[in-house]
Design a protein around this ligand. Sequence first.
Ligand SMILES: [Zn+2]
Length: 272
Amino acid sequence: MGSSAGLLFLSALFVLYYCVIKVIYRKYRAGLAFGWCGRAWGSRERQAGLGARGAGDSERLAVLLLIAHPDDECMFFCPTLLTLLRLHCCVSVLCLSSGNYYGQGEVRKKELLASCGTLGVPETQVTVIDHRDLPDSPAVQWDMQLLSTLVLKHIQDNHIQLVVTFDQGGVSSHANHIALYKSVRNMHTGGKLKPGCRILMLETVNIFRKYISILDLPISWFRSHDGIHVLTSQEYKRAKNAMWCHRSQLLWFRHLYLFFSRYMFVNTFHLL
Ligand SMILES: [Zn+2]
């Protein structure tokens, strides 16, 4: 009797959890999850929906996705990238290394372009910086001054209004990811960014939450954040196709990652 009551309780809990996921997913799959929008911009931009369909580049919100390696855009930022594109933002990608840790830099650059193309970012909007002092390596601390100079120049030259990058945990604690966070934080606190240019940092979650896929959605939703982006099922297929473009990186565990990582389904953010 005791075990069947326990089983019934667990089943009810599971059904309840499933319903919560469904409700949150239905609410946010349409890309309305822009809690940060109200704080980052005024009502004019909110009414405009960030970028109107068919508007010229100068009228659309200029967003920069700042990453350290080819495949970061896929592994961590797909929900955000596809949401911003769905909202007709003018998205560009700046990758600070060619991902040459195993000597595959040239191949990985091409893979990044193909992946971005699959996601909807044209080649002309993708820049890869291949500087010998910014190597792809978790053991090397990137030169902050050099990094900040390169990133700031790109932001200024392209009139960027929103920078999307890692937070202090770098999702995977990779030193190169964390260097990007430190760089934008220094620019922000040093007052080097134009007024109105905002920084959105991808939240690093613990290892348990990282690998429970869409089951993390209610936890993401109930915890404090400035923004949450959720992929639709069609967008998830596109994200998977983009991941296939990184053929040199498609080891067996990447296949598991596609299914189990919550970053393939949901991104939560904090504004700097
Ligand atoms: Zn990376």
